[in-house]
Write a protein of this length. Structure first.
Length: 310
């Protein structure tokens, strides 16, 4: 509290949260993330909340609201002064992956379009994930990719992990150490059959088949009118990692996402292209370099991704 010790020590010293005294440096990305978290907590804690389970095209969605409904609520609660300011806030939340049109086809508008909170801010890690972690291996053991996908089944003979596709389909992938994945299969299982545990099977040197339907160039991504939207994701890593796999190069893409990990909670999806990492433009880099950038960076990861508009 007196700023005399720069390191945290196991001693009878008093510490404070820098956010409480205004000394914590907040970037625009972090401010939007915290604003979204604040609004979410406020919405879920009131009776008769506008967040409801709704259905569109025979598909049920959690934590949904209408665009105009959210704007009315923001003005009513004094969060914004007018509808234009509310629209700007809604667009910032969508661009940062905090809210999303339920079928990901529209930006945020003052209309009866249905949106939902993509991030569940009240998600907590399961205690078993921590207790079963193999502490003898450093998180940075494999510089190839800094992400650990949770195992589907604790049976030592089963090394399957979940990979979330953009169409909500969940496929099984055969995985190796922390981040390298060898092959995709067509089997599906949308639910954990047992509490997830970590496993470290033998290392395989080969890379998996790309999840992309066809190769995409940087020129195609950045051309005017291209059917891609840029989103900013703020991912707070946990004790295991961030929960995703990057592959490819120039541009790199998201190959796999742990559905129970921090990346999925932040809105990351398979087939998104990596535009920047912590403010560094990376479209011209390969996945090994991007993985190294993430591994050597802060625990809170800010990534810009390019996502195809369906």
């Amino acid at each position: 509290v007196c700023d005399e010790h720069s390191d945290y020590k196991d001693a009878k010293l008093l510490y404070r949260f820098r956010k409480d005294d205004g000394t914590f440096p907040l970037s625009k990305d972090v401010k939007v993330f915290l604003r979204g978290q604040s609004l979410y907590e406020k919405l879920v804690s009131v009776e008769e909340s506008i967040l409801k389970v709704r259905e569109e095209n025979s598909v049920k969605y959690q934590r949904t609201f209408l665009g105009s409904e959210m704007i009315d609520w923001l003005i009513q609660e004094g969060e914004v002064e007018n509808r234009q300011e509310a629209v700007e806030l809604g667009r910032a939340l969508l661009e940062h992956g905090i809210i999303q049109h339920v079928s990901n086809r529209h930006h945020f508008f003052d209309s009866d379009i249905l949106y939902h909170f993509w991030i569940n801010f009240r998600r907590r890690r399961r205690l078993t994930e921590l207790l079963n972690e193999n502490s003898s291996r450093a998180l940075s053991e494999s510089p190839d990719s800094p992400f650990c996908l949770r195992k589907l089944n604790p049976d030592p003979g089963n090394t399957s992990f979940l990979s979330v596709q953009t169409n909500k389909e969940i496929k099984v992938v055969s995985a190796v150490r922390r981040s390298s994945i060898t092959s995709l299969s067509g089997n599906s299982n949308a639910y954990f059959s047992a509490p997830p545990t970590l496993a470290f099977p033998p290392v395989a040197e080969c890379n998996p088949k790309s999840v992309l339907k066809r190769p995409v160039t940087n020129e195609e991504l950045l051309s005017p009118g291209a059917p891609y939207v840029k989103k900013t994701l703020t991912i707070v890593g946990d004790a295991v990692g961030w929960g995703f796999v990057v592959r490819g190069g120039r541009p790199c893409h998201i190959q796999a996402v742990d559905p129970g990990g921090p990346a999925a909670a932040a809105g990351m999806k398979v087939c998104q292209f990596v535009f920047s990492v912590n403010g560094v433009y990376v479209l011209h880099l390969d996945y090994q370099t991007i993985s190294s950038l993430i591994m050597t960076g802060p625990r809170t990861l800010v990534m810009e991704v390019m996502e195809a508009i369906e």
